[in-house]
Design a protein around this ligand. Sequence first.
Ligand code: PMT
Length: 407
Amino acid sequence: MLTGKNIILGVCGGIAAYKTPHLVRLFKKAGANVQVLATASALEFVSELSLATVSRRPVLRDLFELEGPGDDDKTMHITLGEWADAFVIAPATANTIARLCAGLCDDMLSVCFITLRPDKPVLIAPAMDGHMYGSPSVRRNLAALAAQGCRLLEPASGELASGQCGLGRMPEPEAIVEAVGEMLRPAPASPLNGLNVVVTAGPTREKIDGVRFLSNYSSGKMGFAVAREAARRGAVVRLVTGPVSLVTPAGVERIDVESAAEMLEAASRFFGTCDLFIGAAAVADYRPEAPVQGKIKKDDAEMELRLVRNPDILGEFSAGRRPGQISVGFALETGGGIGYAREKLERKRLDLVAFNVYDGVSTGFEVDTNALTLIDRDGNVTELPVMPKDALAGQLLDSIEQLLPSR
Ligand code: PMT
């Protein structure tokens, strides 16, 4: 996928910079040409000589460099922007993320980011201390970069150089190379192109009182993967999501909600116009009947919580839809066969149901992988084994495309 592709790799000053010579080697092994642009502080963490040796090109840093790939008649930052097929920033620090967001142009990395041709994909792999990653300013800047079309690669969880443990590690170089290959893979000519698609994702929260709620373990990863893939195939995607800490896929309109009632209210605005509705959210089936305003004070007595049914968002869409609108649901169980999923397909009048099992290891909630059994309205069953949620989203949409009315 990367043979002959020109990749700009922007390296920033974080401890994960030590992994970038390996990243360059992997890109080269996949057949790509790599031009490294390093910030001054990146070279405190990784040697210029290592990066130049593995990339077989001088590392560029300063704004006024004259030697580099591309057209000799143009200034370096313009030629680089034209030469590149993709721009990867890894590790991306909070400082560089803020500078890119603000449009600063004070080194080769930032100026090339601005001069990159707008149709060229950008992948940003943030790596920093967990508190920094969660800070409102970093979240805001990342959201702004995502909104302008940059693809963000979630940092991994684990031990951090700060001594903390949590989210913030740069994803492994192999994952970055795979993501770039994915970005450069030409989008298939898809029947989804131009269709309006609504995806629900994540958990809902049902208030008990001012500080407590009922919810579940959904991370939103499955629904976000489906939304990302639908957008890649050219669909106009609205993603209605419960509270999750995921970045918005490029080109997707995101609507954040909290409770099932709010999810219904947001999703139903698109019921009339959407061509395809995909319910990947883990919507709470029940909510406390009478949530309390402030914090419930404890006493020695036992407490009873009375729950009432929540609206069935997918069911309401299916029941009211016009001919040609496609309705797809997920069915999550903790074991057992596909009987429950078949029952949901019937009861919710779906065109397709994707059955998955929460095994606490590699499928269902939270994890990056899943396995699905797809059952369609004609009774066809397709087993998809454990694989990354992104890959499953592609296979799910392949199956859904077969069900779309011909245009
Ligand atoms: O978010 P992740 O951590 O990546 O995990 C992914 C997932 C396990 C949440 C996802 O793959 C999944 O299975 N989502 C549906 C989970 C679920 O709640 O299933 P269900 O069997 O309770 O609901 C059946 C269908 O009806 C679902 O499409 C659900 O979105 C929809 N529903 C359910 C209840 C309700 N009140 N309204 C709904 O729309």
